[in-house]
Every structure is written in C-alpha cells, then in structure tokens.
Design a protein around this ligand. Structure first.
Ligand code: 0X9
Ligand code: CA
Ligand code: CA
Ligand code: CA
Ligand code: ZN
Length: 408
C-alpha cells in the first residue's frame, strides 16, 4: 500500500491529480469524507489539489466534500479516507426565483441581503454624522456591493488611518455577514456613550463591505433551505477568494475547472465582485499613499487567525521581509489571544493562490488577515443556529479593536 508520505513523492513526480479528473468527478454525487493523517500543510495541500471541497483541516484529519472518484483518488495517493455520508450540494435544480423572504426556518435571526441593506440604511439614517452608505459597484446579478464608512465628519475624506473589514466572500459563510453588521452596530450605537469607541471612530476611517458575494449568499438560502454554496453565481461560479490578481493561479492553490469549488476564473478579477472591490481599494491610494492600513476578511469556519502569504509555505518571500512577517505574527497572535483562535501563516492551513490577503499585502502593503470564525469543527459547520450570532460575533470585539488600533 502506498503511504501518505509518498504523496509528496508522487506530487514531485507529477502524478498529482489533474484538474480535469476533479472536473468530471464534480458532476457525480457528493459525499462528506474524513481524510486521515493530514499532519502537514504539504499533505493538506495535496488533498486540496484533488479539487475536493475542504470543510475543515487539522493535523489529525481533513474533512472534505467530494465524489466517490475523488475519494478513490485520495486513497491512491495513500490516504486513509472514511465516508461520513451523503451531502446535498451540486446538481440540484435551480429553485424558482421566488423572492427570498428570510433564512430557513429557525434561522431568521440571520440577515438576508435585503435585511442587511436595510440595517446599513438604518445606521446611516440614525447616525448621519458618523455613518455613510455607498457602493463600490454591482455583483454579477446586479446587486449593490454595499460599502459603509464610519468616522467622525463622515462626509469628508479626512487624513485619518483607514481600516477595512470584508465579509461573506464565500456564500455559505453567513455568520461573517453578521460579524460586519455587529461592527457597524457597535461603532454607531456605542459612539455617544462609550469613550473607547468614540476615540476609534474619531481617529480612524472605518470601512465595511458586509456582503462581498451577495448573489451567492442569496442563492444559498433560496427555496427555504441551505445549498452549501461557496462561489459567486457567474456561470458555474468563480471562487472569489482565488480570483485576486496577486500571484493569480501561480502555485497549485486554485483550479482551472469551472465546476471546481476553487475555480479561479478565466482571468484575475473576472468576477465583478472582486473587480469592483479591488478597484475601490486601488482608489484609496492617494498621492502614492495607500490610505487603508489594516484589514480583516472574515470567513468560517475553524477558529483561525491567518496571514499572508498563502501561495508559499515560506514565511518570507519577495515582498515579505522577516521583519514584516514578524509584524504579522505578533499582531496575529495578539488578536488570537483575545478570541481563543489559533494563529498561523495561511499556507500552514493549505496553499491558496489569488486570495484577497495576498493581494492586499502584496500590492498595497495593507496588514491583511483572514479570520476563520466559529465553529472549530464540522458541527455545526457553516450553519450555526442563529443563537450563535451574538456570542460568536461579540467574541471578536477585542480583535476588531486591535486591528483598528494597528492602523497608523
Ligand atoms: O480557502 C479559503 O479561501 C479560506 N478558507 S474557507 O474555508 N473559508 O474557504 C482560507 C483562505 C486562507 N488562505 C490559505 N489557507 N492559504
Ligand atoms: Ca432575518
Ligand atoms: Ca473622520
Ligand atoms: Ca482618509
Ligand atoms: Zn471562506
């Protein structure tokens, strides 16, 4: 029998799974599998390269959604793969385009796109001096890419360090939308009475994009049930977190197959959502100086604080000195100490290329982190009950304050 260790030998010999293999597999039934013995980032990257959908990854095992053919492929690579049963994902008929009224039954505490937009409008309405709603463009299906700014003298572009929070880039990671909405709520309603909040709002310009993938998240809750949808809704869907231009497609951390869960798109910024957000971030470079200094992109799940680069295992690389890597590590660990997450370089999880954080740092030197929120493991996975919203978003209050403070 081939051992898991020999995966590396096979990879080196070019025997790695081809995207085409993953492609044909995608059309088949999808099951949840536990891939055992994924003790190193290299082994987890080997799993990711077969094109399966990774739900969570630890040194003990990696939980995936894939076809029987992909499970077999992983076994050929030497992994012990245990089935955990079927999952409803792809190949489902499109539901009738009935208007989405709310989340599936019992989870109505989550915000639909319309509810999130209404909450942002209410923030602007109730706090016009410190909250201003606009948009950076439109999604593929024409939804507004909402952008809310929170600062004193909000209508004026003041000379204050800028901070960005982005949420819901992956459709089914709904808890992250709630994370952005909590930040909006906390910094608007707290302004009049909380001195620490007032100080942050007065000395920084805080920007939030709560719905980075509004088409995907609306699709995910359509028809009164969840669809485990990750990507945007352009064709078979592009993974927005593989579509950024920095080292796009460089390193085996994304797929060229349109049906794959990590499809990178035909070109960098082919997705209107990443294009409009990146254009806006580029526009914050004024007189040669990027105004945005720090950034968190919220995802679920695994309870991690991750920093660039994701495309390489090396802590240092062109554009990342040892001192800069140290800065990421220090702040990352400081934030993780407040929420109990695990802090590491993102490639320590697995390699990605074309992700948002590599672009933010690589192109703009923005101190950019990826938070993987609650839960730590597969239960309740992407769909925590709405009772989890308050505790699991509040859990990041201190980390949010730290990243705002770090913008100088
Ligand atoms: O794969 C992703 O885009 C992120 N995980 S998720 O389960 N939310 O899809 C992680 C991106 C972090 N970067 C690396 N692991 N390199
Ligand atoms: Ca709701
Ligand atoms: Ca201001
Ligand atoms: Ca400014
Ligand atoms: Zn994600």
């Amino acid at each position: 029998m081939v051992t898991a260790v020999s995966v590396l030998v096979l990879l080196a010999a070019g025997v790695a799974a081809s995207p085409a293999m993953a492609d044909t597999a995608q059309a088949q039934a999808q099951d949840v599998y536990e891939v055992l013995g994924t003790a190193t980032p290299q082994l987890r990257t080997a799993v990711a390269r077969t094109g399966v959908d990774i739900l969570t990854a630890t040194n003990e095992s990696t939980t995936i959604v894939g076809s029987a053919a992909q499970a077999e492929q992983l076994r050929k690579l030497g992994f012990v793969v245990e089935s955990r049963g079927p999952v409803e994902t792809q190949g489902l008929p499109e539901v009738a385009p009935a208007a989405i009224t709310d989340f599936p039954s019992g989870d109505e505490g989550y915000h639909t796109f319309a509810e999130a937009t209404a909450a942002l409008q209410a923030a602007q309405q109730n706090f016009p001096a410190i909250a201003k709603l606009s948009s950076v463009g439109q999604s593929y299906q024409g939804r507004a890419m909402n952008l809310i700014k929170i600062s004193d003298n909000v209508a004026t572009d003041e000379n204050e360090p800028e901070v960005l929070f982005t949420c819901n880039m992956h459709a089914r990671e709904h808890l992250t939308t709630e994370m952005c909405l909590r930040i909006v709520e906390r910094f608007t309603t707290g302004y009049a009475t909380n001195a620490a909040i007032k100080n942050m709002v007065d000395t920084r310009e805080i920007y939030l994009i709560p719905n980075m993938n509004p088409d995907g998240s609306e699709y995910d809750i359509s028809g009164g049930r969840y669809h485990s949808w990750r990507k945007n809704r352009q064709g078979n869907g592009t993974d927005p977190n593989r579509n950024w231009s920095y080292k796009w497609g460089c390193c085996g951390g994304s797929s060229t197959s349109p049906t794959n869960e990590t499809y990178r798109g035909p070109s960098a910024f082919s997705a209107p959502e990443t294009k409009s957000v990146s254009d806006w971030v580029n526009s914050r470079k004024i007189g040669g100086v990027q105004q945005i200094k720090t950034h968190i992109d919220f995802h679920t799940y695994s309870e991690l604080v991750l920093w660039p680069f994701g495309y390489t295992y090396n802590p240092t690389a062109p554009g990342m000195t040892a001192a800069e890597a140290q800065k990421f590590q220090t702040l990352g660990k400081q934030m993780a100490a407040t929420n109990g997450y695990t802090a590491e370089q993102s490639s320590g999880l697995y390699i990605t290329d074309g992700d948002i954080n590599d672009w933010m740092w690589g192109n703009h030197k923005i101190l950019s982190f990826c938070f993987e929120m609650y839960p730590k493991g597969g239960n309740p996975g992407f769909y925590p009950p709405d009772e989890a919203i308050a505790p699991q978003t509040a859990r990041n209050d201190k980390a949010v304050d730290l990243i705002i403070g770090a913008a100088v």
